[in-house]
Design a protein around this ligand. Sequence first.
Ligand SMILES: [Zn+2]
Length: 239
Amino acid sequence: MSRYYCHEHPDVLTLETTIVDARPGAVVLAESPFHPGGGGQIADRGTLQTSDAELRVIGFETIDGRLWHRLSEPTVELEGVARVAVDAAFRALQTELHTGAHVLNALVYRDFNGALLTGAQLGDDGTARCDFDLPDVDNDRLRALDGALNDVIRQDLPLRYTWVPRAEAESSHGTLRSRSVAPPPTADGMIRIVEIVGLDRQACGGTHLASTGASRPLRILKIDNKGRHNRRVKFGLQT
Ligand SMILES: [Zn+2]
């Protein structure tokens, strides 16, 4: 997992910065407030403005450790100073859903014998799904997590971050919560740990609320059996 500017400055959504490399329809920035997605979180959207263009940022790719921002105009080649802005409402929704996904997978891990996550996908409609390795579980027990989810929100538990060596994360069961998608190593071999204080601790590169109480209530919408091992839990924000 890469280190992103937004890990250190999650509240900075607009920035004046410099274009340090460009090709038609894409730029690399000296500093970027965008989260490029990953682990089920959808990449940020936003705008990029220079003295002679105002474009949308429509996607990202990492090449040789550098984050390229793809632009809505595929032929334009930009240089100089750029003013960039993350779509704040979209980021806020992803952050809220992603934090909810943590609370859900923390409760599944705690209440179902350390069951691991096998996949996650956030939506752009206020819903998300998490897949768990839960071969022998009665789906009604999963549906009943609804109350516990909202208890965690009511408790308003803070989230905090540390970076630990990858070997340390691997040696502690459950820290790499996703069975299939372990985060890639960083250049310096460190992994970002996200802790919901008093509840959970796991490796993650996404964006999170400052505390669980900042989330709207959640409800479990649907449980599906996906193959012999997997249960798919769909949840949503109560609006
Ligand atoms: Zn996360």
